[in-house]
Design a protein around this ligand. Structure first.
Ligand SMILES: N[C@@H](CCC(=O)N[C@@H](CS)C(=O)NCC(=O)O)C(=O)O
Length: 198
């Protein structure tokens, strides 16, 4: 399999899932501006939307959308227990968490990476993200992980996007539970490996 990725982007989330699952893949780096791939091709031929991540299976089939990709990876390695089994209510809670991280946090950050973002809009975006962080911090004060009693792919995804508080100049120390959560995940050997692999 091949994972199309860009250092620091949301593709770190499937990379964490792959390391936690013990699955080896070929990494193909993508320049998100030019859409050029490190192996010489045009990434738009892989994903016409131009965004990472994409996972290419050995059959050649391509999967896109981070929340779908991490669940596919987790199901390839059920003994890694990074997703509750399909058909359980906990699996629905995992999908709930992945969707929340995707639509409320990941895409909440996205305007902040746009250089032409007007100041008034930026203030609205930061306020909305603060509300999401308040909610997540309350949850993570009571529970170590987003779903169930152990690390799942939803934690790898939230860890990834919370990392963007640094380049976006958001002071995460306002939410000590989120600082502790990120530190807990950063200590995981497989997460360290994934970060280094980028
Ligand atoms: N809906 C996609 C969004 C992925 C996404 O936003 N990727 C960003 C990096 S974090 C990207 O590649 N942006 C470059 C672009 O959109 O051209 C998913 O959830 O996988």
């Amino acid at each position: 399999m091949k994972l199309y990725y860009s250092p620091g982007a949301c593709s770190l989330s499937p990379l964490i899932a792959l390391h936690e699952a013990g699955i080896k893949v070929e990494l193909i780096k993508v320049d998100l501006r030019s859409k050029a791939m490190a192996n010489g091709g045009n990434y738009l031929d892989i994903n016409p939307n131009g965004f990472v991540p994409a996972l290419q299976l050995d059959s050649g089939e391509i999967l896109t959308e981070g929340p779908a990709i991490v669940q596919y990876i987790a199901d390839l390695a059920p003994n890694s227990h990074i997703a509750p089994p399909n058909g359980t209510l906990d699996r629905v809670h995992l999908q709930e968490a992945l969707n929340f991280v995707s639509s409320e946090v990941h895409k909440g950050f996205s305007p902040l990476f746009h250089p032409a973002l007007p100041a008034e809009w930026k203030a609205i975006v930061l306020d909305k993200l603060s509300q999401r962080f308040d909610y997540l911090a309350k949850r993570l004060e009571k529970s170590e992980w987003l779903v169930g009693k152990q690390f799942t792919v939803a934690d790898g995804y939230l860890f990834t996007v919370l990392g963007w508080t640094v380049p976006c100049g958001i002071d995460l120390s306002r939410w000590p539970a989120l600082v502790a959560y990120r530190a807990r995940i950063a200590e995981r050997p497989k997460v360290k490996e994934a970060i280094a692999a980028q």
